[in-house]
Design a protein around this ligand. Structure first.
Ligand code: ATP
Ligand code: MG
Length: 317
C-alpha cells in the first residue's frame, strides 16, 4: 500500500504520476488508467481510493475480462434468490458492494459488449435493481477503470463503445512502463528486498553488480517482473542476493521451430506448461476456445493460466 505518492519512485515520470493521483483523488471524477501489464495500475487505483474521502468505504475490484455475457448483469447488479437457475440466495453485485466507495473495473476494454450497455445505462440513470428484483437501488460509487490496451484502438476496432469510453475517461492517467522510469528500478528493487528481509527476518543485501544488472534490463513485464525477479533471487540466495548477468548460461528456453516446440531436458514444469500453452495459443492465432479444446482443458482453466502468467510478468499472455 502506498502511504505517500513519493513511494511510487523517484523518477520524473513517477513524480508526474504522483501529482495526477493527488489531483484526481479528492474528486469524484471517473479515472481511466492506461498502462502496460505490471506497471502498477491497481496500485495507483488503490492509492486514489486511499486519498479520497471514500477511503473508509469499500474498494471493490472486478476483472471485466473474466465475466461472461450471461452473468454480466448479475455481476454488476446482483440478483434476487430464485431469479434464475442456480440463484440460491440473494447476492449483491459489484455496484452494491462498492456503495459509497470505489469500483475498480480492471481490464475494462475486455468487457463483453452487452455488459458495456448495462454499465453505461447505470452510470447514466444513477439507479438500478438486482436481477429479478424491483427495489430501486441508488448508485453512489466512484469508478476507476484500467486497461493495458490503447482505448482508442479498442473503440476503432468495435470492441469498446465510444460513449462508455467518454464516461470513464473523465480523468485519464497514463501509467508509464518501467523502461521509461529507469531511475525507479534501484529504488523499487531495494524496497522489495527490504520487504522480503522484514517478512523473513533476514538481512540479505544485493551482491555487487546486481543493481546495475537490474537497471540494464528492459523489463517487458514492468514492476511485476522486477518484483518477481528480486523475489526469486532472494529465495535462491544466502546472504548476498545475486541477480544473474544477462545471458548467463542457463537451460535454453523453449522455442518453436516449424510448428514443433522444443523444450530442453531440465526445463521446470511450470515453464514447460507455459511454453506449450503460449505456443498453442499462437498456433491458433490467439483463439482461446480452439486453444483450450486442443489442450484438453476448459476455456476457464486456460483463462486462469493466462492470468497467472500475466501476474508473473510474462508478456503476450
Ligand atoms: N510503485 C510501486 N511500488 C511498489 N510495488 C509496486 C509498484 N507498482 C507496482 N507494484 C507491484 O507490482 C505488481 C504489479 O502491479 P499491479 O497489479 O498494480 O499492475 P497492473 O498494472 O494492474 O498489471 P495488470 O495489467 O497485469 O493487471 C504488484 O505486485 C504491485 O504490488
Ligand atoms: Mg491489474
Amino acid at each position: 500500500m502506498l502511504n505517500t505518492t513519493k513511494s511510487l519512485g523517484h523518477s520524473p515520470a513517477a513524480h508526474e504520476l504522483g501529482r495526477a493521483i493527488v489531483k484526481a483523488a479528492p474528486t469524484d471524477a471517473s479515472v481511466l488508467l492506461v498502462g502496460e501489464s505490471g506497471t502498477g495500475k491497481e496500485v495507483v487505483a488503490r492509492a486514489i481510493h486511499e486519498r479520497s474521502n471514500r477511503k473508509d468505504a469499500p474498494f471493490v475490484a472486478v476483472n471485466c475480462g473474466a465475466i461472461t455475457p450471461s452473468l454480466a448483469e448479475s455481476e454488476l447488479f446482483g440478483h434476487e434468490k430464485g431469479s434464475f437457475t442456480g440463484a440460491s440466495m440473494t447476492t449483491a453485485g459489484c455496484f452494491e458492494r462498492s456503495h459509497l466507495g470505489t469500483l475498480f473495473l480492471d481490464e475494462v476494454t475486455e468487457m463483453p459488449l452487452s455488459m458495456q450497455v448495462q454499465l453505461l445505462r447505470v452510470l447514466e440513470n444513477g439507479t438500478y435493481h438486482r436481477v429479478g428484483g424491483t427495489e430501486e437501488l441508488k448508485v453512489d460509487v466512484r469508478i476507476i477503470a484500467a486497461t493495458n490496451r490503447d482505448p482508442k484502438e479498442a473503440v476503432e476496432s468495435g470492441r469498446f463503445r465510444s460513449d462508455l469510453l467518454y464516461r470513464l475517461a473523465v480523468f485519464p492517467i497514463r501509467v508509464p512502463p518501467l523502461r521509461e522510469r529507469k531511475a525507479d528500478i534501484s529504488y523499487l528493487a531495494q524496497r522489495f528486498l527490504d520487504e522480503l528481509n522484514e517478512q523473513e527476518n533476514t538481512k540479505k543485501r544485493f551482491a555487487p553488480q546486481s543493481i546495475a544488472r537490474l537497471e540494464s534490463s528492459s523489463w517487458p513485464g514492468n514492476v511485476r517482473e522486477l518484483k518477481n525477479t528480486v523475489t526469486r533471487a532472494f529465495i535462491l540466495s544466502e546472504d548476498e542476493v545475486d541477480i544473474a548477468a544477462p545471458g548467463a548460461p542457463a537451460i535454453s528456453a523453449p522455442e518453436v521451430q516449424q510448428g514443433v516446440l522444443k523444450i530442453a531436458v531440465g526445463t521446470p514444469l511450470t515453464e514447460a506448461q507455459r511454453a506449450i500453452i503460449m505456443a498453442t495459443l499462437d498456433h491458433f492465432s490467439g483463439d482461446k476456445r480452439r486453444t483450450a479444446l486442443a489442450l484438453g482443458i476448459s476455456p476457464k482453466t486456460l483463462y486462469n493460466r493466462l492470468e497467472e502468467f500475466r501476474k508473473h510478468g510474462y508478456v503476450g499472455a
